[in-house]
Design a protein around this ligand. Structure first.
Ligand code: NDP
Length: 285
């Protein structure tokens, strides 16, 4: 019987634990603070930013939004990040991606104080993840590890296949699975015999961005299937990268879309914001 991994439920447990930590910090006079910067009027970005602010409010994190016009200059954006870096009441800085054309996202991320980089996109934090000495983990891969752990799924010694090699999902996902002693293969658009490699996976993570990309013939019976994709199908309905109806017949565990990986990303962001507040106040994690 395939078990559904309930990301909604597990993310609520993570947020509850975060809210408890926030209460403890507040009792010591520390209120975790997060600044969320959005540039331009991309509707999807607006939804993400609203969800992040809502999540902050729910767990008791103070948040400030900076909504800047699409014609904001690189200098103005960098100046804002520098100002936020210097504020002791702001522990986490998040610049919503994508930025409008003409703005250099990489330069903006590199301006964020690595101790306030709650997305863990700064090169310093990426490097720390490589060597296994990290405070912040990128939210989506960290959320997936949390889903596996809380579902009692062992990673050590397992054959793990990650399809996708982006800097925000695929690569850090592979690294976290490796840190947990999985045997990891990363696949991408130039991979040959993709279906065969996927069929070897005990844990298969799909982060491609194409609806129904992972079909049942690519999945080993009994595999754990994690679907990161967030796509719209031909009817405009949200769906993942996995052909859910067919794959759920053969997987041992599977994440649905929506309600799987998605809710974990914001929950882990809240966790990172609390870690940032602790680090900046000299507390241990
Ligand atoms: P990217 O577009 O940055 O990366 C997609 C990856 O898929 C690339 O590495 C690409 O390979 C690979 N790919 C594309 N086509 C194929 C193919 N035919 N065969 C094998 N690999 C292929 O996407 P992201 O990593 O940012 O996101 C992936 C998905 O996850 C998206 O649907 C996104 O919306 C979703 N997402 C969901 C989140 C959540 O919270 N649930 C958070 C972040 C993303 P190559 O490098 O060779 O081009």
């Amino acid at each position: 019987m395939t078990k559904l991994i309930d990301g909604k439920h597990i993310s609520a447990l993570v947020r509850q634990a975060v809210a408890k930590e926030v209460m403890q910090l507040k009792s010591q006079g520390i209120t975790p603070g997060m600044a969320v910067v959005i540039v331009g009027d991309d509707p999807a970005s607006r939804i993400y930013v609203n969800n992040k602010k809502k999540a902050c409010a729910e767990v008791g994190i103070y948040s400030e939004e900076y909504a800047l016009p699409a014609d904001t200059t690189q200098e103005a954006l960098i100046a804002l990040v520098q100002e936020l870096n210097s504020r002791s009441d702001i522990h986490g800085i998040l610049v919503q991606s994508p930025l409008p054309k003409g703005l250099d996202e990489k330069a903006v991320v590199e301006t964020i104080d690595p101790r306030k980089d709650v997305d863990a996109f700064h090169a310093v934090n990426v490097g720390k993840i490589m060597i296994g000495d990290f405070h912040f983990l990128p939210c989506t891969p960290a959320g997936i590890i949390e889903l596996l752990d809380r579902s009692g799924i062992e990673i050590e010694g397992k054959r793990c296949v990650v399809v996708g090699r982006s800097n925000i999902v695929g690569k850090p996902m592979a690294m976290l699975l490796l840190h947990r002693n999985g045997t990891v293969t990363i696949c991408h658009s130039r991979t040959k015999q993709l279906a065969e490699i996927c069929r070897e996976a005990d844990i298969l993570v799909a982060a491609v961005g194409k609806a129904n990309f992972i079909t049942a013939d690519m999945v080993k019976p009994g595999a754990v299937v994690i679907d990161v994709g967030m796509n719209r199908n031909e009817n405009g309905k949200l769906c993942g990268d996995v052909d859910f109806a067919a794959v759920q017949e053969i997987a041992s565990y599977i994440t649905p879309v929506p309600g799987g990986v998605g809710p974990m990303t914001i929950a882990m962001l809240m966790k990172n914001a609390v870690s940032a507040a602790k680090i900046q106040n000299g507390l241990s994690l």
